[in-house]
Design a protein around this ligand. Structure first.
Ligand code: NAP
Length: 355
């Protein structure tokens, strides 16, 4: 086992991590097929982290779980195989990753005095596992009802990699779970304007609830927040939170039905902003149809296809702005952690599920 003192430190690492790309040479880590995940060497601008938990992206976890027929041992084997082959946890089907939580083991000397971290600090990565060199020694278990995988592992953060120090006022696993989707509520807060109609697809999921909370806060008394979920149980959950004025039970892959039910709920008003928070493919057309002309669709879902969205919008003659769900927006971690401080309902429920 490598210890922090037996690690060779090299000079000249690329700030974006290109020096760790094995295939194709000369590329960047996210689109790369394979990374160097050797943990016996560290570039002087890298941070080595002892990882405790991986929070696998929901679209990725759903795909792996589906392929494994829900069998936990097969899910573990699949995760280990991906990391063994790629040097990072990037699902080859969805292309997505997730993030990790761990303790800083060593900081490259070139970063000294330039970052607000010290060895031993607990951090969550705010860059995707799909670009993070990762070596798993052992999978300890998967927390039931979540995408959290407890591991003995090491990871590298590049100089450009962002992270959050875990807040002292909430359990680590809770912070990890919500930081994974921090981009969604923070983008919602930037996109929604007072009095607007906002439709949230997958409103009962981890990111959907946080988005509904922000949308309700900003749309205000004359706004209308509509949550869409597939199962009766999830619809009941969305209703119980009370952030959505209307809750629609529909399958987001059935675009015509989603549109019809939105029109019924809003008195024929299409949404000014549609936020897509589902974890399955083929929901682009429901998002597009539910959006008014000149409105905005924010595709947070990692199962979104650029081709389907672009050609689909053109095909139905909708002049709308479609945003790729950049997981990062300025102050996203603080915005999202604050939701847990503001909303005891969300905090209680998320603590039960994730902490
Ligand atoms: N852009 C980024 O940087 C970024 C970062 C993290 C995550 N993501 C992506 O964001 C998405 C949401 O993540 P999350 O953690 O919030 O996922 P989540 O908690 O699994 O929520 C997804 C929700 O969608 C619902 N859903 C599934 N199929 C549906 C259907 N046919 N019609 C309507 N609703 C349906 C699910 O219901 P059931 O539970 O009943 O199936 C669930 O409530 C995922 O695609 C994830 O990969 C993006």
């Amino acid at each position: 086992m490598t210890t922090a003192s037996t690690i060779t430190v090299k000079k000249g690492g690329n700030p974006f991590g290109a020096h760790r790309v094995l295939e194709p040479k000369g590329g960047l880590p996210q689109p790369a097929v394979r990374l160097d995940n050797g943990m016996d060497h560290l570039h002087d601008n890298e941070i080595l982290v002892n990882v405790n938990t991986l929070n696998i992206d929901s679209a990725s976890f759903t795909q792996i779980k589906g392929e494994a027929g829900g069998d936990e041992e097969k899910i573990k084997a699949s995760i280990l195989k991906i990391v063994e082959e790629r040097g990072k946890m990037q699902n080859p089907v969805t292309g997505s990753g997730g993030m990790f939580y761990g303790r800083v083991a060593k900081i490259g000397p070139a970063l000294a005095g330039r970052i607000d971290l010290k060895e031993g600090d607990k951090i969550a990565s705010l860059v995707s596992l799909s670009l993070t060199p990762l070596k798993i020694e052992k999978i300890l278990g998967i927390k039931k009802g979540t995408e959290q995988v407890n591991v003995v592992a090491k990871a590298i953060l590049f100089e450009s990699g962002i992270y959050a120090k875990l807040p002292a006022d909430m359990p680590e696993k809770l912070a990890l779970a919500i930081l994974d989707v921090a981009g969604a509520p923070a983008q919602t807060a930037k996109l929604v304007r007072p009095n607007q109609v906002v439709a949230i697809i997958g409103a009962g999921g981890k990111s959907g609830i946080l988005c509904a909370y922000e949308a309700r806060k900003i749309a205000g008394v004359a706004g209308l927040v509509v949550g869409l979920e597939y199962s009766r149980e999830a619809c009941g959950k969305v209703k119980a939170y009370g952030f959505c004025h209307h809750v629609i039970q529909a399958d987001a892959t059935d675009a015509l039905d989603c549109h019809k039910k939105l029109m019924e709920a809003t008195g024929d008003r299409e949404a000014d902003v549609v936020i897509n928070c589902v974890n399955i493919p083929n929901t682009e057309m429901a998002s597009i149809l539910m959006c008014r002309d000149q409105g905005i669709v924010y595709f947070f879902s990692m199962a979104t296809s650029f081709t389907k969205a672009a050609l689909g919008a053109e095909g139905v003659g909708k002049d709308i702005t479609m945003l790729v769900g950049n997981g990062y927006t300025r102050h996203h971690a603080d915005t999202t952690l604050n939701i847990l401080r503001e909303s005891p309902e969300i905090r209680d429920a998320y603590e039960k599920q994730f902490a």
